[in-house]
Design a protein around this ligand. Structure first.
Ligand code: ADP
Ligand code: ASP
Ligand code: MG
Length: 470
């Protein structure tokens, strides 16, 4: 069986033209004798808008929340009407869903408390509706498709907003609910990101989580490949929005891709790699606007590269916390006390650096910081500063190359570096700077390290073609 999981992100289903392109890509796989299972995100920006509606409701601004919902209803209705010759049934479905969303928003505006559970329920409408529209559009365009509710298959614990998948249950549900459809030649279409706990209460896998759904389903069905279709040609040497010179990375290891994803390369959700690694399933990152491009192949073994780095990732919206004690810090148990406080406030630490009297830590900027700082203040003097960014350079065997740190820091000598880390992993070198300097730092580093890219690893042809056409 040549089963392939195809995940399409928000931009790949953002409007009727995108959905039609997506259908052609899936039909192309079917024509090659593949058996696709399709996972789709909400239409582009819908999750953000649903969260905005939820925030308005929570503040008691019912009118604003319902206005956002009405605009979304209109956008989905119009998409359905444009794609289907007879859209009555689908539009009825869309109306039913938006009616029930409006009820939730009204209720929230009355009780004024947005719990993680209600937030997950609200955002779930995006994928619940997009998957039905895409399934219907596929059928209209000649694909034997069927909509499947992801919440019947992707079973998680009850950690709302970042639920943990229950692999054994997902394997079982996928075998029970997806395999029979696939065996009948049908193409299941399900929403990514959304899931449910064992009691059937809606959960989500965290922002960007549709990639993760794709990988979970691929792992459960032991697919031949997991394809992540997005709006760029693959994993690039830097975010192309920041660095227009970025090159496509043709092949990269699971380890390197995981590191990049974790350190902010939005192209892939950080957890995506895990189910694929477990079953050794290749992951491909592909462009739904440029389907002919071969994308990036993520595999267990990547070939050796003559350049030290494969890509540069940036994680923004971080804060740096300095804990300064008047007595010696490294006394027994001190670090434990500090980390216990971070744990209490559920703050994940990205980077740590210590001296005799101080510890500096970096965390995602969030609303808990004042409370965290107050607790830390019981132990020592505490300062925190937001608007920081972590730049992470990823490549295999960085440690094996001498003088690498000197080259990196000389490329950004005009920028103030606050913290540096290299060591834990052999494949990443990272440092913290002001957020306002981040884009400039990426471009300077890129210009230095991707001047003479290895054609075995990077798509140098595209750069040459661009240079000729401009
Ligand atoms: P989707 O909606 O398809 O999941 P995302 O917006 O989550 O798409 O991810 C794709 C975006 O990731 C790209 O448009 C690009 O701006 C950004 N990105 C960040 N870093 C990289 C990188 N190293 N390579 C490719 N894209 C990147
Ligand atoms: N729609 C969700 C989000 O925007 C999940 C995803 O697109 O991967 O976060
Ligand atoms: Mg994404």
């Amino acid at each position: 069986m040549s089963l392939v999981v195809m995940k399409f992100g928000g931009t790949s289903v953002e409007d009727p033209a995108a959905i039609t392109r997506t259908a052609a890509i899936v039909a192309g796989r079917v024509a090659l004798g593949k058996q696709p299972v399709v996972v789709v995100s909400a239409m582009a920006k819908v999750t953000d808008q649903l969260l905005r509606a939820a925030a308005a409701s929570e503040k008691g601004d019912r009118a604003a929340a319902l206005e956002i919902s009405a605009q979304l209803r209109q956008r989905h209705r119009e998409t359905a009407a444009q794609l289907l010759s007879n859209s009555t049934e689908l539009i009825e479905f869309i109306d039913q869903k938006f009616d029930s969303l409006d009820e939730v928003l009204r209720g929230l505006a009355a009780i004024l408390e947005l719990t993680p559970r209600i937030s997950d329920l609200i955002v779930s409408y995006g994928e619940r509706i997009s998957s039905r529209i895409v399934a219907a559009a596929f059928a209209e365009l000649g694909i034997n498709s069927i909509a499947v509710d992801a919440r019947e298959i992707v079973i998680t614990d009850s950690t709302f907003q970042k639920a943990v998948p229950q692999d054994a249950l997902i394997d079982k549900r996928a075998a029970e609910k997806l395999l029979p459809l696939i065996n009948q030649g049908q193409v299941p279409v399900m929403g990514g990101f959304i899931a449910a706990n064992e009691a059937g209460i809606t959960t989500t896998l965290g922002r960007g989580g549709s990639d993760f759904t794709g990988a979970l389903i691929g792992g459960a069905l032991e697919a031949e490949a997991i394809e992540i279709w997005t709006d760029v040609d693959g994993i690039m040497t830097a975010d192309p929005r920041v660095c227009p010179d970025a090159l496509r990375v043709k092949i990269i290891s699971f380890e390197e891709a995981a590191e990049l994803a974790y350190f902010g390369a939005k192209v892939l959700h950080p957890a995506t790699i895990l189910p694929a690694v477990k079953k050794n399933i290749p992951v491909l990152v592909l462009n739904s606007r440029n389907a002919a491009c071969e994308g990036t192949r993520i595999t267990s073994l990547a070939p050796r590269c003559r350049s030290p780095f494969k890509s540069i990732a940036v994680k923004k919206r971080l804060s740096i916390i300095d804990v300064v004690a008047s007595r010696m810090l490294m006394t027994h148990g001190y670090m434990k006390e500090i980390f216990t406080i971070f744990d209490k406030h559920k703050c994940a630490v990205d980077m740590v650096s210590t001296s005799e009297v101080s510890v500096s830590l970096t965390v995602d900027s969030n609303d808990n910081l004042p409370a965290l700082a107050a607790d830390l203040g019981q132990l020592a003097d505490v300062k925190y500063e937001g608007r920081k960014a972590l730049i992470c350079m990823v490549g295999d065997d960085i440690r094996g190359q001498s003088g690498m740190a000197a080259q990196v820091f000389s490329a950004i000598r005009h920028i103030n570096v606050r913290m540096i880390s290299q060591g834990a992993s052999e494949i990443n070198m990272s440092f913290m700077i002001d957020e306002d300097d981040a884009d400039e730092a990426v471009r300077s580093l890129h210009a230095t390290f991707f001047k003479d890219p290895d054609p075995a690893i990077f798509d140098v042809e595209a750069r040459r073609a661009n240079a000729l056409s401009s």
